[in-house]
Design a protein around this ligand. Sequence first.
Ligand SMILES: *[C@@H]1O[C@H](CO)[C@@H](O)[C@H](O)[C@H]1NC(C)=O
Ligand SMILES: *[C@@H]1O[C@H](CO)[C@@H](O)[C@H](O)[C@H]1NC(C)=O
Ligand SMILES: *[C@@H]1O[C@H](CO)[C@@H](O)[C@H](O)[C@H]1NC(C)=O
Length: 245
Amino acid sequence: MAIPVTSTVLIAVVITLSTMAHLTESSSDNNRIFSPCADATVEKSDGFTLGIAFASRSAFFFNKSVQLSPCDRRLSLSSANSQLSVFRPKVDEISLLTVNSSSFSPDLYGGYMVAFAGRKYAARSLPAFVANNTYIVTSFTLVLEFQKGRLQNLYWKRDGCSSCSGKSNFVCLNNQDCAMRTSSCKTKNGNVDCSIGIQLAFSGTDKHASVFNSWYEVKNLRQYSLFGLYKNLKGSLTNQYNSFF
Ligand SMILES: *[C@@H]1O[C@H](CO)[C@@H](O)[C@H](O)[C@H]1NC(C)=O
Ligand SMILES: *[C@@H]1O[C@H](CO)[C@@H](O)[C@H](O)[C@H]1NC(C)=O
Ligand SMILES: *[C@@H]1O[C@H](CO)[C@@H](O)[C@H](O)[C@H]1NC(C)=O
């Protein structure tokens, strides 16, 4: 099924927490739904496809009032200034989604993002501020809430800036996001790799009513706190966060 967002698919990567990977190696992915705009019912060990669309905040609203899924053609996101990333993490595994910034500046694509999946049972997050030409937020936590294996809700979990209070490289926006100056990004001739990292957690139950655990494991963690644990994450990202926090 075609996704109406036709813009270039970004270089996007799913990185699994190194300590968890070996536990699930033997299990398999039986979910045959690969489009973020189709409905899937999942069990533990399945892969799950979701999309992240980048555009202006208003581009996610129909008739200026109703927020629709980016899959909904009434939004005509494909003719708006937008970008799309598609990811396929494993259900209930703690994963980090990264969007490499070397060829992508979110401030040039409206500066907001929405996570989404499903069609008849379409779920979408609220638009989250990523960047404008002054500030950029590079670390997010996204919770996927399932009921009997069907996605019900997607929401951003915030830590009220507790991870960056007192850190001079950061400012706290709206009492919820730790942001850096966009001018410090490498794409703007600064020295920070402003690739976006989205920490995932699964909550609720799978299709056998088995309870997901990853949400409990990340619930008390703070923005930026997990980067050092991903063994495959480019050293450039890990090191810069270790030196900030
Ligand atoms: C758009 O919103 C206006 C005012 O709220 C309303 O009168 C109009 O019927 C809406 N159009 C559609 C297509 O829903
Ligand atoms: C992003 O891509 C560039 C060019 O391919 C690479 O040099 C850089 O290390 C990548 N950054 C991350 C965080 O993966
Ligand atoms: C950038 O975003 C911040 C936080 O939302 C806002 O306070 C600021 O006014 C914005 N700057 C511009 C130039 O839009």
